[in-house]
Write a protein that binds this ligand. Sequence first.
Ligand SMILES: Nc1nc2c(c(=O)[nH]1)N(C=O)[C@@H](CNc1ccc(C(=O)N[C@@H](CCC(=O)O)C(=O)O)cc1)CN2
Ligand SMILES: Nc1ncnc2c1ncn2[C@@H]1O[C@H](COP(=O)(O)OP(=O)(O)OP(=O)(O)O)[C@@H](O)[C@H]1O
Length: 201
Amino acid sequence: MNKATDFKQNLRRQMRKARRSLTPAQQRQHAHGLLATLRRLTQFRRSRTIALYLASDGEISAEQVIDYCRKRGKQCFLPVLHPVRHNRLWFIEYKKETVLTKNIYGIKEPSVIRAPRRPAWALDLVLLPLVAFDDEGGRLGMGGGYYDRTFAFKQSWRKDRGTRLIGLAHDLQKVDQLTTESWDIPLEGVATEQRFYNAAQ
Ligand SMILES: Nc1nc2c(c(=O)[nH]1)N(C=O)[C@@H](CNc1ccc(C(=O)N[C@@H](CCC(=O)O)C(=O)O)cc1)CN2
Ligand SMILES: Nc1ncnc2c1ncn2[C@@H]1O[C@H](COP(=O)(O)OP(=O)(O)OP(=O)(O)O)[C@@H](O)[C@H]1O
């Protein structure tokens, strides 16, 4: 294992532990603050089709955001591990009546049978879970490369077009600078319970 990989693994372990150590009261506060941050964001206000996630492992909860979106008539989608294409995500609409099942990581996701899917590029906004971030759009995920592979098409497109990618995190998950890999897809910014870190120049 090389030095950079070692560094990433250690950072993952450290950050996952830190976010899991938050108390239920802090988690609730952060979830509430996150919605306030997003409501101030033009990119969020303008989006009609939004992908979110169901939190696990201490991730900042997006459920208040989901409730808000539904009230505002925005369509919500959840990532589902692609049943055939290795390490890619599908996005399935998440309605009140959507049946959820646990995936191989124990994360709840919509059951794919007969569910309407949406290709990644046809979403207005994707709110991504992450393990660590910096203020230049760098993102460290769980290590599966799911989001990077799914959004690899963005690298060949003009940067200012198509699906917008914004990370969601607890403010404590911020680091000075992450080393970026050739396959990393940069985020436009990261929203936390405290503020929005804008990475777009
Ligand atoms: N809430 C949520 N949903 C998500 C993601 C996420 O990060 N958060 N993903 C973002 O990509 C995808 C799932 N990716 C994941 C990748 C690894 C692990 C994980 O727990 N890995 C174990 C080792 C698993 C193994 O046995 O191989 C670990 O690191 O402990 C979880 C989710 C899609 N859905
Ligand atoms: N576009 C891609 N094509 C092929 N392999 C890729 C691509 N993107 C990432 N990978 C591979 O996926 C693996 C995991 O990548 P990385 O550690 O950056 O994941 P991550 O961003 O932390 O995870 P996730 O997106 O699932 O939260 C790497 O070994 C990398 O080689």
